[in-house]
Design a protein around this ligand. Structure first.
Ligand SMILES: Nc1ncnc2c1ncn2[C@@H]1O[C@H](COP(=O)(O)OP(=O)(O)OP(=O)(O)O)[C@@H](O)[C@H]1O
Length: 239
């Protein structure tokens, strides 16, 4: 069975109000203003929604996902995730919030020296879950991702599609309320991409809020859903 999200009920999973993000100028090229990666973003994502995040290369998709992941603070505006306003959240509360956010990336980011089973178990071990209970959860997750027979393999022995499904199993093993995917099918062939998308959609059907950044228009056509469209750091449309 797929993992259902756990934790308290939040009706508005993400709220951005007038959000800007500026990166500092590279050394020696100071304009004073820095580089505006995101400007004046205002939107909300209801709990349980699925959204595509679209835009050309450099439009700001990864930057927006980093803000939603609470990995970065905005330069201006309000970022609220899981009901917590980031500017008012104490630093020591961040790890607890981040544990309720699952992330997958284009390049999988599995730990190469750990087996698939141990990669998937890692978030549970970091959270201090007891070994006996944790192994059943990991086995369930591997079944869900179609990887039971690959549990003892190292990531390098897996196909790209298998690696991404392992990364997805690791991202959802903590039953996150919010699941973010940054170009998750960018390194996969069409069949594997659809399989990963089907798993992301299943998470959404079970109540998880899902945001998927992609360039792949064919996937967006195959899985119609509301979209956040960015152009040069600004929100062009929402819905
Ligand atoms: N760490 C950083 N330092 C400085 N500038 C950055 C940094 N990360 C991103 N940028 C700049 O911010 C802008 C948005 O980048 P971002 O990676 O968010 O776009 P993207 O839509 O995800 O692009 P891609 O699809 O190519 O990954 C770009 O101009 C980029 O060069």
């Amino acid at each position: 069975m797929a993992p259902r999200p756990s934790g308290g009920i939040v009706r508005r999973m993400v709220r951005f109000a007038g959000v800007g993000l500026h990166y500092a100028d590279p050394p020696g090229r100071s304009s004073g203003a820095g580089r505006a990666a995101l400007q004046d973003l205002t939107f909300t994502l209801p709990a349980g929604s699925f959204h595509w995040l679209l835009g050309e290369s450099g439009a700001g998709k990864s930057s927006l996902l980093r803000l939603m992941q609470l990995a970065q603070r905005p330069t201006s505006g309000v970022v609220e995730v899981l009901g917590a306003d980031l500017s008012r959240t104490r630093r020591r509360a961040l790890p607890g919030l981040r544990r309720r956010i699952g992330v997958v990336w284009q390049d999988f980011r599995l730990l190469p020296h750990l087996t698939v089973r141990d990669n998937v178990a890692l978030p549970l071990r970091i959270a201090g879950r007891a070994e006996a209970a944790l192994l059943a959860d990991v086995a369930e997750m591997l079944r869900w991702a179609g990887l039971e027979s690959r549990a003892d393999a190292l990531p390098a022995a897996l196909s790209g599609g298998e690696q991404q499904r392992a990364a997805l199993a690791r991202a959802v093993v903590m039953r996150p309320a919010l699941l973010l995917a940054d170009e998750p099918t960018g390194n996969l062939d069409a069949a594997q991409a659809r399989r990963v998308l089907a798993l992301l959609q299943e998470m959404h059907r079970l109540g998880t809020t899902v945001v998927v950044a992609t360039h792949a228009e064919s996937l967006v056509e195959a899985f119609p859903a509301p979209a956040l469209r960015l152009r040069a750091g600004r929100l062009m449309s929402h819905g």
